[in-house]
Design a binder for this molecule. Structure first.
Ligand code: FE2
Ligand code: FE2
Length: 422
């Protein structure tokens, strides 16, 4: 290394200056350029840039990671796509210090191959070759990732607002400017982890609901359907001018996530009741009714452990109140009208609609039209009349959702249905 440095065409002065800039607490290429301009009347050469990055790397890697840096992130597996060997080495060192394992690709083709084989959660891509190839890679990953989100970070040589915008539009989650700063890289990876964890949380919730449903297999894909109906109905309700409650995007996201948990408490119901083939007698029905409180208590415990998780509050409300009726004749509390939380009123209508259009042990599937009639008749009795009004504005979508998921053994919903332009 020393040999290379001494063989440089520029002299000791430039080398010393370059080293002093690299010794800054926050070394930057901009600063290097300014200092060179001032001292020598010209910017640093390509070679000077390289030496500068090597020097920064040497200094950075000489000090161990602070406790905070290590605590901040858990080990992640990443792909780094970068054509520049020095820059690859810098990134490798940083990631090593931060406790992550990385696979390195010299070009974007190799990166794509690695991604297909390993499907890591985080990918760092250099803005190689004017951007078009990097954008192509982003597009391919976004097209193929399915429900397993990939956090995409793009690295630029210098700030370039237009290119950064193109990168964002192309699917980039983060923009980094070289030379990378270790602390910054750690923070960005941490953000990526959080996003990926949220997504894992969503899948986990659905898996939990599926496990609870497995003992009570009345109809396939009921949980998939209910979350789609719920979003469509809640949105339609929010669009009605006479709706007494507001529905925002967070409400829609939460109901998509949690409506599938309405019967989670059934996992606490004994087999002799839950799996009984015929009708339940009075005592058995009383036991069955306790599934609302069992689910509610479990979700409330989770909410106490994480009070900021608003989706758990909604999940608990739905579990407790999805068998309440608008006229107050439901269970477990006999709540009436708007005392029943909106999410539970929505879940109740969707749950009943789905039961009507599905084949059950004791009945055939009703047609959509027959189910609609029953829903309408129950307005003001079982169901909130304003929700029934909302249902009538989107009833076609209900029929479509029912048709799309019925008879499909494995349906994988990935995200809430997007708002459609009418
Ligand atoms: Fe239930
Ligand atoms: Fe249900």
């Amino acid at each position: 290394m020393t040999h290379t440095l001494l063989a440089e065409p520029f002299g000791k002065m430039k080398l010393a200056l370059l080293r002093s800039v690299a010794a800054d607490p926050n070394p930057s290429v901009n600063r290097l350029r300014d200092v060179f301009q001032e001292e020598f009347g010209e910017g640093p050469s390509e070679e000077a840039h390289r030496l500068f990055r090597q020097e920064v790397l040497r200094r950075e890697t000489a000090r161990p990671a602070t406790k905070r840096e290590v605590q901040k992130t858990h080990s992640m597996r990443l792909i780094v796509a970068d054509a520049d060997p020095v820059s690859r080495r810098v990134t490798e060192k940083y990631l090593e210090i931060l406790g992550h394992t990385a696979m390195f690709a010299r070009d974007l083709e190799m990166a794509w191959d690695l991604w297909k084989r390993h499907r890591p959660h985080i990918v760092l891509v250099d803005w190689i070759g004017g951007g078009a190839p990097a954008l192509e890679l982003l597009g391919k990953i976004r097209g193929a990732e399915g429900s397993r989100y990939t956090y995409l970070m793009l690295m630029f040589e210098k700030r370039d607002p237009r290119a950064e915008l193109a990168a964002r539009e192309g699917g980039a989650d983060e923009i980094l400017v070289k030379p990378l700063v270790k602390e910054d890289l750690a923070a960005r990876i941490h953000s990526g982890q959080r996003i990926v964890q949220i997504q894992s949380r969503d899948s986990l919730i659905f898996a939990m609901a599926k496990v609870a449903e497995a003992r009570d297999k009345e109809t396939t894909n009921h949980l998939e359907r209910i979350r789609y109906y719920a979003v469509v109905l809640a949105r339609a309700y929010g669009n009605l001018p006479n709706a007494p409650e507001k529905v925002d995007q967070q409400f829609l996201d939460n109901i998509f996530l949690t409506s599938c948990l309405h019967d989670i408490g059934k996992s606490g119901i004994p087999d002799r009741v839950l799996l009984k083939p015929g009708r339940l007698d009075k005592d058995e029905f009383e036991v069955m009714k306790t599934h609302c409180r069992i689910g509610y208590e479990a979700l409330l415990d989770a909410l106490r452990a994480d009070p900021r998780a608003d989706y758990l509050k909604m999940a608990a409300e739905i579990a407790l109140s999805h068998h309440e009726k608008y006229d107050g004749t439901g269970y477990p509390e006999g709540k009436k009208g708007l005392e029943i939380p909106l999410a539970a009123r929505v879940a109740a209508l969707c749950d009943v609609y789905d039961a009507l259009v599905s084949k059950r042990v004791h009945k055939d599937a009703f047609s959509h039209d027959r189910a609609r009639e029953i829903v309408v008749q129950e307005g003001g009795k079982h169901f909130d009349p304003v929700l029934v009004e909302a249902f009538l504005t989107v009833e076609r979508k209900f029929a479509e959702i029912a048709a799309a998921f019925h008879g499909r053994a494995q349906a994988k919903p990935v995200s809430p249905p997007a708002e459609e332009e009418e």
